[in-house]
Design a protein around this ligand. Sequence first.
Ligand SMILES: Nc1ncnc2c1ncn2[C@@H]1O[C@H](COP(=O)(O)OP(=O)(O)OP(=O)(O)O)[C@@H](O)[C@H]1O
Ligand SMILES: [Mg+2]
Length: 455
Amino acid sequence: MDKSGSILIVDDDEDILTAGRLLLRRHFAEVVTCSDPAQIPELLNGHTFNAVLLDMNFGPGESSGHQGLTWLSRIQEQDPKLVVVMITAHGNVDNAVEAMKRGATDFVAKPWQNEKVVATLSAAVKLHRSRIETESLRQANRALKDATVKPQTIIGDSPALRSVLWVIERAAPTDANVLVLGENGTGKELVARELHRLSARADQVFMAVDLGSITESLFESELFGHKKGAFTGATSDRLGRFQAASGGTLFLDEVGNLPLTLQSKLLSALEQRKVTPVGSDHSQSVDVRVIAATNLPIAELHDESRFRQDLLFRLNTVEVTVPPLRERPSDILPIADHYLAHYARRYGRDISGFSSSAQQVLQEDPWPGNVRALRHAVERAVILAGDSVIQPEDLPVRREQTPQPAEDDELNLDELEKETVQRALRKHSFNISRAARELGLTRASLYRRMEKHGL
Ligand SMILES: Nc1ncnc2c1ncn2[C@@H]1O[C@H](COP(=O)(O)OP(=O)(O)OP(=O)(O)O)[C@@H](O)[C@H]1O
Ligand SMILES: [Mg+2]
């Protein structure tokens, strides 16, 4: 058995300390004992313990449990993540209950049963590890946030965008679940981040999960975590996204792509506010604010053969649709200017703006790829521009052809009609009746067309 974990035992009864040391050394990597609680602060400074086994009373005649409670809070102040298990005298469960209300995780009653003590402390060590892991994930996430996602402003002042911003301001502080709809590249994730930034959870994690890219077999492990050995390849315990996001915001991206079977698993986690790691018997409470996004049109979300309606109602307490760029053309230039400055700085290019013809090209484009495509187009133009002003040639060529002028259209239609009539005649060896029937014309009108085309 590989021993790991470090335990501190604090009790004024030397017999307890000796018995504890002998027992626990067989199960844990390190066991430190101490008979004087006044030494606790110093011991915690010099060591990293996973758990403390703490007596409730020190000194002869003490049975109130006050000392235990006082030391419990001292320990919590010094190291809030440390797991504390109380030792209580037999029959003194009230004290233990009080201690647990104040943050101790468990208690063992004297005289203790060896198995019970070992099991309790093993669980305590695990709990401590997961607290540390959660904390480091949070820190990593926070660091990442600071480094990369400096609160990015949502650019644009069109009425359509302003009403989106209005909803964000209203919904953000309420903790209500928000469903963000909109085409690809319209800024759904940006909206989700803004909702988080303006919420009471702003200092906590913003955890994004792309539900569109999680395989069905890994869904539960990814979202709810797993225990070591739960399945082949589960070599250690793993924290789920729900637990890691606890206290903060969980952004469920591409929620519309979730298969129905997984939709029910997600729904029950949201309803119960609890998740059970794969391979575990115990559920864990989670406190997350959920923001979901999808590029599916709302009609498809209301199609119950595709999306569970009870899940939809859970997600869309507030619903906000980010309109496509073509419906807010007045946002195009401000966004383009913003990214021009951004990329000119990044690539060290001295570019002052767009020529007026380039501005016109930008504004007339339908931007099917929305803001993301516009941003890329501007980045590319900044790199390619041969001048200090961006010209239309620097912008991507529009792929769809502009419609032909009207006269050409008529010509084409005429051409087409002539060809079709010829083909029908040839097919039926110039049998007028059959050719006319195939074309859905009367004999007389087929004659008229033959005449018109000189056939
Ligand atoms: N109003 C805006 N102002 C500035 N940048 C924006 C704006 N809207 C979107 N962007 C930028 O456009 C890009 C795409 O935005 P985002 O990723 O939020 O879109 P999305 O709707 O989530 O797209 P998808 O559906 O493809 O996931 C990002 O780089 C984002 O910063
Ligand atoms: Mg997105």
